[in-house]
Design a protein around this ligand. Sequence first.
Ligand code: PLP
Length: 365
Amino acid sequence: MTGRSVTVAELETPALLLDLDIMTANLASTAARLRGRGIALRPHAKTHKSAEIARCQLDHGAVGLTVATIGEAEVFARHGFTDLFIAYPVFATGTKAARLAELARRVKLRIGVESAAGAQALARALAGVTGPAPAEVLIEIDSGQHRTGVPPAAAGEVAAAYRSLGLDVAGVFTHGGHGYASPGSGPGAAADEDAALWSAAQQLTGAGFDVREVSAGSTPTAAFAGSHITEERPGTYVFNDRQQVVLGSCRAEEVAVTVAATVVSTTVSGQAVIDAGSKALASDRPGWLTGHGCVPDLGDAVVVSLSEHHGLVDLAGRPAPAVGTIVTVIPNHICTVVNLFDRYTLVRSGQPAGTWPIEARGHLS
Ligand SMILES: Cc1ncc(COP(=O)(O)O)c(C=O)c1O
């Protein structure tokens, strides 16, 4: 990965730097690719958790937002977003049922479902609720990640059972998370998404359903969407990260968010210590990736270990930077990093351009 020049005068570190030029190019290229294929884009907002960025996505043609939690949906609803898909098998009882019903009164809402108990709770929560559009559910299909979702062959039977509870089944969705298994896994996982969803959709059609949505998505698979997909839900594509570079989903030049950190110690020979530890870089690390981030400004030196406020950079024989030097780190997984910060520090054409709040950080329930 190559370094990039960012002028960050007066920066308090660690800080989350968002390069607006790179982000805008990422938004435009993915939107254009999907538009060209006639596939709707419903980006996953869990990556950025920001109303400003969600507005940029809609400006680039997104049909609505995907979120992971009721809390994220509430934040985006409060900021005027009216078409939301909670792509998660929400178990809606108690106060969560009441919050979901309130959301359904205010916005066009879709919710993921994949278990009988979850469907029963959802049906109870949504009974009698009227909103701008009737709340719909999409049945989650397991396309190979083996995390959640029913097998494609079970989709028709499951959909009929959910319909008998009073739920409006609008279609099927999947997340081909096995596209993260190792570099180069994206195309195969995308083919699995397409095959599993097509098989499930046929089951639904056979059971008398009008399949209105066939929704797939992740960043490694989005570029390889199959012919049966009607909607894609990539999230990370807006920023990219070190994982995506190594997986082959993007180039290093397409990483829009980095963590700016100050070198605070070079006392122990062979290493530089930066003021970004696990509370700034998060700890996610797939088995095929070494370390917790890389530092383009130091020849792609790797952050080899973390404590809460310290990141140890292995200089691998490179000269030590001066204490006080600000460097930028490309983190492994940007979604968990964003959730640790209050705001983005914006950069445009290499110059500071203000800040944006991260309104939906936290909001985990
Ligand atoms: C259900 C679902 N949809 C979409 C996404 C977005 O995938 P990515 O972060 O690879 O862009 C995720 C990510 O975890 C997800 O769980």
